[in-house]
Design a protein around this ligand. Sequence first.
Ligand SMILES: *[C@@H]1O[C@H](CO)[C@@H](O)[C@H](O)[C@H]1NC(C)=O
Ligand SMILES: *[C@@H]1O[C@H](CO)[C@@H](O)[C@H](O)[C@H]1NC(C)=O
Ligand SMILES: *[C@@H]1O[C@H](CO)[C@@H](O)[C@H](O)[C@H]1NC(C)=O
Ligand SMILES: *[C@@H]1O[C@H](CO)[C@@H](O)[C@H](O)[C@H]1NC(C)=O
Length: 874
Amino acid sequence: MPRGSPSPPPSSTIMANILVAFVCLIFIGPSSVIPVSAQSDSTAPAKSFPAFTPSDNYLINCGSTSPTTLPGNRAFQPDETTAKYLAYSGRDLHISAPDNKNVPSPMYLSAKIFDSEATYTFHVTSPGLHWIRLYFYPLQNNEFNLQTAKFSVSVDTLVLLRDYQMEKNEPVMKEFLVNVTTERYAIKFAPSQGSIAFANAIEFVTAPGKLLDYSVPLLFPVSQKFDLSTSNFETTYRLNVGGAYLDATNDTLGRSWLSDEPFRNSATGQAVTVQPSVIQYPTAGGSPLIAPPTVYSSAVKMADSETTIPNFNISWTMDIDTSYTYLIRLHFCDIISKSLNELYFNVYINDKMAISGLDLSSLTQRLSTAFYKDFVIDASSASNPLSVKVSPVNDVQGFKNAILNGLEVFRMNNSMGSLDGQYGVDGTKSSGPSKTVAYVGFAMMFGAFVGLGAIVFKWQKRPQDWQKRNSFSSWLLPLHAGDTSFMAGSKASLSRKSQFFSSNMGLGRYFSFAELSDATNNWESTAIIGVGGFGNVYYGEIDDGTKVAVKRGNPQSEQGINEFQTEIQMLSKLRHRHLVSLIGYCDENTEMILVYEFMQNGPFRDHLYGKNFPPLTWKQRLEICIGSARGLHYLHTGASTAIIHRDVKTTNILLDENLVAKMADFGLSKDCLANETHVSTAVKGSFGYLDPEYFRKQQLTDKSDVYSFGVVLLEALCARPAINPSLPREQVNLAEWGMQWKKKGLLDKIIDPTLVGQINPESMKKFGEAAEKCLAEYGTDRPSMGDVLWNLEYALQLQEASLQGKAEEENKASSSPVSPAIVAPTPAPVPAPSTPDNRPVSTPEQTRNPAELQTIDDHSGTKMFDQFGALNGR
Ligand SMILES: *[C@@H]1O[C@H](CO)[C@@H](O)[C@H](O)[C@H]1NC(C)=O
Ligand SMILES: *[C@@H]1O[C@H](CO)[C@@H](O)[C@H](O)[C@H]1NC(C)=O
Ligand SMILES: *[C@@H]1O[C@H](CO)[C@@H](O)[C@H](O)[C@H]1NC(C)=O
Ligand SMILES: *[C@@H]1O[C@H](CO)[C@@H](O)[C@H](O)[C@H]1NC(C)=O
C-alpha cells in the first residue's frame, strides 16, 4: 500500500478507540471538574471565584507571649489567649528561642511541653472537613531533650500520631484533614510512658467541603468506587510539579506544596512555567480551592520531545507505608500546547494504567484549564514505593508529550480509626488525664508480663526434638514477630473469651486443643470438608459462631510436620486480600493444627465443572482469575523474599461468600531465597499443571507458577479438568489441547458452552493471549504475574465495556450525555462448539457437602504422575 494512502482502520482499531473513549468516560466520573458545554463562559480565572472564609479558625502559637501573624493574614494566638481551650494539670512548661533563620516560620520558635496528658478542646461552628496542623521543632533547652520526647496525639475517635518521636533536629509540620461531626472537638497530647509531649503550634481550621469527592474510583479493581465519607486523612506528599515551594502566601487554604524535584526521575522531564493569571477553572464544579493557579501554572513535560526516541515515561516515586489505603490526587492543566488536541497521554500509578489516553482538550474544551483526578489505592494492592508515571500515547501522530502539574498523596485511616499504627483510641477516652496515663502504663506493663509468661511457657513445652527439627523459629514465631501482635496476643490471653484479630495484625491467635475439639464437634467425620496429604480439613465454629476451616495435621508424617511449619511460617508473614488468612494455630502436645478463615463457596473448580453449581458468568470468572493472579503476584513480589506457591490449581483457589478468590494451601511453598537462584527438591505440585521446564531442569522458579496459572486460565475458559484421562489422547492434557486450538485461532471452539455468546471477542482474544504466554515452553518467555494481571484486567475492561455498550443499547431512552460516545460493540456470534468433547468428565470425589468442600489436595491422574517419581532421585 502506498505511503499515506488512507486505509480503512481495522476493526480492532475502532474497537480500541471505543474502548479508550469508554475508559476515559469511566475514569472521569460526574464528580470531577468537567465543563459540560464548550461555551466561553464555562471557565473563569481564579480571581472571579469567591474567597473561602473558614468558620472555625483556631491558630495557636504554643509557648509564645504575643500573637504572630503569618502571610495570608493568619494570626497565631499566644498562650494567654488560648489557655481557655486547654485542659492540663501538669507543670506549666514553655520554652522559646531567639530568632533562628533556619526555621521556615516563627511559629517554631516557641513550644509548650506537657508532662502529662493535655487536651485542647474547640467549639465547632459548622461540622464537616477541618484541617489539623501540628508544628513540631525540638528547641534546645536546659531541662528537656525534645528530640527524644515520645508522645501520641489523638482526637475524638481517631489516632493522629502514636508514640511519635522526631527523627531529625528539623521543623516538622503534620497536616491532617478530618471530618468533624461533633460540636466540641478535642485534640489530646499524651506523653508515652516516662516521656513528655510538646507542640510548637496547632491549627484547627475549617476546610471547604468541595475539597473532596465522596466516591472515588479505586485504582484496582477498576470500576469500583471507594466511599470517602468515613475517612480521615494525613497529607503524605503535596507536590507542586515543575514549580517551587509554595506556602500560605500562594495558597489561600494555608497548604504548602513542595517542589517535586527530589521525587522525579529528572533525566526524563523538564519543568515548564506560565503566568498564573492565565490559568482558568471550570465554573461548573471547579474551584481554585482545589489547588491555586500557581500549582497549575507549572508542570513537568517530556524533556526534548522531538528527540528520536521521544516515547518514554516521566516518573515520580515516593515512599509510602503499604499497610494504609491512600488517596492520590493528580492535577493537570495543559499549559504546553499551542492549540487543542495536541496532548494525549497515559497515566500510570504503580505501573497500572490509571488513565488511558488522557485527553485534556476534550475534557476542559480549552487550554490552560485546571483539571484533577482522584484515585484510591487500597492497602491490599498498594506497593512501595508509590510510583506515578506519564507517557505519550503510542499511536498518536505528530505530537508526543505528557505532563503533570501537581500531585497529592494522602494516607487514610485504617479500620481501627488510626493514621499511625494498629491501635484505636479506645481505653484512653473517658477517664481523667493522669488516671488514663496510669491505666495505659499499667496495661502495657501487664501486657508485657503476660507476653513474657507465654514465651516462657512455650519454651517449657517445646518439642523435645526441636533442635533436630530445626523448627524452633517457626514454632515460636507466632508470638514474637512484631510488637503489635505481641500485644495483641497478650490481650487475647487476658480475656478468656479471646477476641478475633483482624488479618492485618500480623499473626494469629493461639487455640487450645479443647477449644478446637469443641469447635469441630469433637472432630466429627461429617465436619470434614477436605482431605489432603497432611491430614483432614474440618469445618468449625468458634466464639459466637465465626466459621473457620480447621486443618489438623497428621503427626505421623514427617513431611506433614515440615509442611505445617512451612505453612505457619509463610502465612504469618503474608497478609493479602487474595490469600486465605490464617486465624490461628494449635501445637498442644503433638498436635499441629491451623485455623483458617472459612471460604463459603469452596474451590473455584467446583463452580466450573463436576458439581452442578450454576455456571459462573465470564465476568465472574475473569474477576476470580484476576483475584488469584493478584494473590500470586503478591507471593512473588510482595514479601521480602519471593515465594513460589508450587501448587497453583483450581482447587487451591477458594471463593468466599462474595466469590472473591483467595489462594490457599502454601504447604508446598518454598521461599526462593536470595542466595538460591532456584529451588530443586522433589517434584511436588499437581499433574496437568506442572511446568515442563521443571521436569527438564528440576528447577523451580516463579515462572513455574505462571505456567500452572496458564492452565487455570484455560480451565476457567473451557470448564474441564487439566487432565482428563478418559478423553481421546490428544485431548487429555488441557494445556496442550488448548494451545493447539489457540494456534489455529479457534480457541472459541472449545469454550464452556454456557459462555457461548457471552464473551466479548476482544476480551476473549486478550484472555487467550494471556493463557498462551503463561504456557510458553521456556520460563524466560513467560510473563511475570504482574503482566498477566494487567492483561486480565484489560480483558475485564473490554468485557465491561461491551456489557455497558449492550446496556446502553437496551436503554436508548435514557439521554445520558455520555451515551453518544459509546458505540455498542456487538459481539460476534460465537459458534457453538462442534463436538461435546470438551465437556467435563467428573473426577471421582469422595462424597462431601459440595458447598463446604475445600482445600482438597488431589493429584489428578495419579497414575501418570507416578512416572515422574523417578525424577526425584536424580
Ligand atoms: C462526615 O461524616 C458524616 C457522618 O459519618 C457523613 O454523613 C458526612 O458525609 C461526612 N462529611 C464529610 C465532609 O466527610
Ligand atoms: C508566592 O507569593 C509571593 C507573594 O505574593 C510571590 O512573591 C511569589 O512569587 C509567589 N510564588 C510563586 C511561585 O508564584
Ligand atoms: C511507561 O510505564 C508503563 C508502566 O510501567 C509501561 O507499561 C509503559 O510501557 C512505559 N512506556 C514507555 C514508553 O516506556
Ligand atoms: C476511619 O476512622 C473512623 C473513626 O474515626 C471509622 O469510623 C472509619 O470506619 C475509619 N475508616 C475506615 C475506612 O476504616
